[in-house]
Write a protein that binds this ligand. Structure first.
Ligand code: DGY
Length: 427
């Protein structure tokens, strides 16, 4: 799909203005919510994308977003996946369920570390103005990346302790690992997400029982990583986390070198992840796959996480051919699960829909790898999707039907930072 021929400069300007208005509208003063209602707090990777989106028109506000995110960092270096700045009864599970947080009430898990990559992009827009903001942030990013190394990388690849940690909550990647979880003691609870959006676009009741059971488990461990490592029923090496962390290490190293730091420690992390990622290759399915670290089994799930390889600087001709095939099967790429796979569900969250921010990382990686035709196709699809169907959380790859939350922060951010023709001119 390409942008319609009648997509002129006026339409671009109108979409740019709408995207800026979404970021401003979701700004809660120092942090940005992903969308009103469904997600009323500061989410980790959403926030890193928000910062990058703000950088297109308000550099100071971009830095503030990252500074607020790191104000919730734990003493052990972990940066939580949600910061509960102000309580909101419209969201479950809230701070009372997580029972976590140090400076700010928070969740007890993390999320894909895109922040170093976005910090670099923001810094590069104006290195002189950015230097005093980047210097303290660098130390915090380094501590967070060290936390990943110490607590999530024991298999060489990067793992998750909860499906929410991956950001791809109900991806088929976790189905096998979740099967064995006993949810019989989860107790009564009321979901709020299905009161904001159509339940057919969200995870199932069984998924939610697992999510809440795992939160209860982490809380019972007092969020102690050693105890979670020893006893958690869910520990899965994840290609999203591994590729995003590998890319983030490379960008952190660049920042460290630019700021005059010794980056030997980061070199070691990069080498380990480069080797670790190959343990996720599933030759039977032809994808970088999730691996259940409890059973050792690969999930056999052809998801879009595999297409983050180029973003991480990992080349894969077989993955290239697969992406080309998948793009030829849908109206708008890249679907989160292979449309010819047995579990494809075009509207259900991470089991088929297209996500703009995943496309951004995939497209950036393809461009970095010199795979220009595929890079252009992914960016054009994303631009056409947003121009034709708005700034939703995610979309059907078959016909572009918008799904999940509306007026979504990261969709606005990827428009401003990458998909908009005006961003392409500046690129
Ligand atoms: C949710 O509540 O659906 C989120 O994805 C958790 O981070």
């Amino acid at each position: 799909m390409t942008l319609a021929a009648n997509h002129d400069a006026a339409t671009t300007a109108e979409l740019d203005a709408r995207a800026k208005a979404i970021l401003r509208g979701n700004d809660r003063g120092g942090y940005t919510v992903p969308t009103e209602g469904l997600y009323p707090y500061q989410w980790n990777w959403d926030s890193a994308f928000a910062a990058w989106g703000f950088a297109a028109f308000d550099l100071d506000r971009a830095w503030v977003e990252l500074e607020t995110l790191f104000s919730g960092q734990w003493a052990n270096g972990m940066v939580p996946h949600i910061l509960f700045h102000r309580e909101d009864a419209g969201y479950f599970p809230g701070p009372d369920v997580w029972g976590a947080g140090e400076t700010i009430p928070s969740s007890g898990i993390s999320q894909p570390p895109v922040a170093a990559t976005m910090a670099r992009a923001i810094f590069e827009r104006d290195p002189q103005a950015g230097a005093p903001r980047m210097a303290p942030l660098y130390d915090k990013l380094l501590a967070w990346h060290r936390w990943f190394y110490q607590h999530r990388c024991e298999s060489g690849a990067c793992c998750i302790t909860h499906p929410w940690e991956s950001g791809r909550d109900n991806a088929p990647d976790w189905d096998g690992a979740l099967k064995g979880i006993d949810t019989s003691n989860v107790g009564p609870y009321t979901r709020r997400d299905t009161s904001h959006v159509n339940p057919d676009m969200r995870p199932t009741k069984r998924d939610y029982d697992c999510y809440i059971t795992l939160v209860q488990f982490g809380r019972a461990c007092d969020w102690d990583e050693a105890e979670i490592l020893a006893n958690s029923p869910f520990r899965v090496a994840d290609p999203t986390m591994t590729f995003i962390l590998l890319r983030a290490h490379r960008d952190l190293k660049w920042l460290g070198t630019t700021l005059g730091h010794d980056t030997t420690e980061i070199d070691g992390w990069i080498a380990e992840l480069e080797a670790g990622v190959e343990s996720l290759w599933n030759d039977d399915v032809g994808v970088y796959d999730a691996r259940d670290l409890r059973s050792g089994e690969l999930a056999g799930s052809p998801s879009n996480a595999s297409f983050l390889c180029w973003y991480a600087g990992v080349s894969s001709p077989k993955t290239e051919a697969r992406l080309a095939r998948i793009l030829s099967k849908v109206t708008y790429g890249v679907p989160s699960y292979d449309p010819e796979g047995p579990l494809f569900d075009h509207m259900r969250y991470w089991r088929g829909p297209v996500w703009g921010m995943m496309n951004t990382m995939i497209g950036m990686g393809l461009a970095d790898a010199g795979l220009t035709d595929l890079a252009t196709q992914v960016r054009d699809d994303t631009a056409a999707l947003i121009a034709d169907h708005g700034f939703a959380e995610y979309f059907s790859p078959l016909d572009g039907t918008p799904a999940g939350g509306g007026t979504f922060t990261w969709t606005a951010a990827v428009w401003l930072g990458w998909a908009s023709p005006s961003a392409q001119k500046g690129a």
